[in-house]
Design a protein around this ligand. Sequence first.
Ligand SMILES: NC(=O)c1ccc[n+]([C@@H]2O[C@H](COP(=O)([O-])OP(=O)(O)OC[C@H]3O[C@@H](n4cnc5c(N)ncnc54)[C@H](O)[C@@H]3O)[C@@H](O)[C@H]2O)c1
Length: 445
Amino acid sequence: MGFQYGTFVSSGLGKQLATTFGLPRPSKLRRHEPGASLINGAVLLAGHGDAPLVAHLRTVLEEAGVQIATQPSTSVAGVVVDMTAIERPEDLESLRGIVGPALKTLAPTGRIIVLGRPVDEATSVPQAAARRALEGIVRSVAKEMRGGGTANTVYIADGADEAADATIRFFLSGRSAYVDGQVVHVAKPVGEVKTPADWDQPLAGKVAVVTGAARGIGAAIAKTLARDGATIVAVDIPAAGGPLAEVANALGGSALQLDVTAPDAGTKIVEHAQARHGGFDIVVHNAGITRDKLLANTDAERWASVVNVNLASILAMNEALIPAIREGGHIVNVASIAGIAGNRGQTNYAASKAGVIGMTSSLAQDKEVLAKGVTVNAVAPGFIETEMTAKVPFATREVGRLLNSLTQGGKPVDVAETIGWFAWDANRGVTGNTVRVCGQMMLGA
Ligand SMILES: NC(=O)c1ccc[n+]([C@@H]2O[C@H](COP(=O)([O-])OP(=O)(O)OC[C@H]3O[C@@H](n4cnc5c(N)ncnc54)[C@H](O)[C@@H]3O)[C@@H](O)[C@H]2O)c1
């Protein structure tokens, strides 16, 4: 392993230098462990006006064994602010008044979650302005937080309050360690919201197909979904057959050697899943490649290979997968922040990943998909430590690691945890969303 800034500044001389020169020192993030409590401290519950969601949230948190606080203190590790009742910009003062003091004493790896109603459901212009302002405040708070803490906004549509429980749980938990400064939209649930018998096994009894599962993020997705109770169909190219079999065998799942660009790839997956597992409930389109060059030097072959693997194959496979996925299933696509911010030397890759984001929001509204109660979402990873990013030149790699609010790269498991949450049956109000798992990278929105 080569030089890593994060390791250097956390030990001996590096620590001294970091203190002297005010260099960023990445904090250890709180990641989910089976059996762990939802959050490592009390949660301060507050809101603007009559804060209509607070009573329900109190019950949710109490059921999760979380202690509730009404005042900031050093034992508070999370703050949930119900701003759904705001009418005008002056009402934002309530948020400042709650979060400002709480930030002074918030425990390390703390969580700030701000709840609002969607801007497009506002009944007046000042209300729309105030609602949208929440996003600006929370994204800024996320940049001010220290100690591995995160801040995120959740817009909850009228009538979708209970569908938001899963999202609030996710953001309080260690599962969302590297999700920071994000905005999640919760709509009226697609299909029936089902609370799991055991929150450590939210995918119990489900069958999940994961493409590109032989290594990197795909292997972590397979492992994480299996940890949470799912049976895995691990898909990857024949050349990766060895590691693919290892992943599938270790998890008690099945391996399917397949190039996702093959014209019959979707049919092959459906046949395999039905023959081996009786069907499937979750599809994670993770397989992806890069073939970087400046556009001026990109030939048609380099262009087509990336667009085919990363985007066209998903559209083609879905033709077979959507009719076959079980009712109430979940489709998750892996995009990239390059598809949001663009990236020098990656026009083909950014095209494919931006296309994935467009496909996600459109497919979520598709009649057949809605009729089956299937949710469709995407993750957009930032800098994640994998073989893909290990090949990035040293200076660019260190910049990639540091240019985010958590001043460190994410782990494949961070992407996997977000995908897992998208696939919960308890999470049926989140569909058509793209959530970045990027530690609030400075690139892009
Ligand atoms: N690593 C990052 O920082 C990062 C950031 C943003 C997005 N992503 C995306 O996450 C996904 C996984 O990335 P990774 O870093 O784990 O990459 P990786 O190269 O380590 O793994 C990709 C896997 O996909 C498989 N694959 C490639 N082409 C395939 C095909 N035609 N058919 C079947 N399988 C195929 C590969 O064999 C490999 O096992 C990709 O979609 C990538 O674009 C990664």
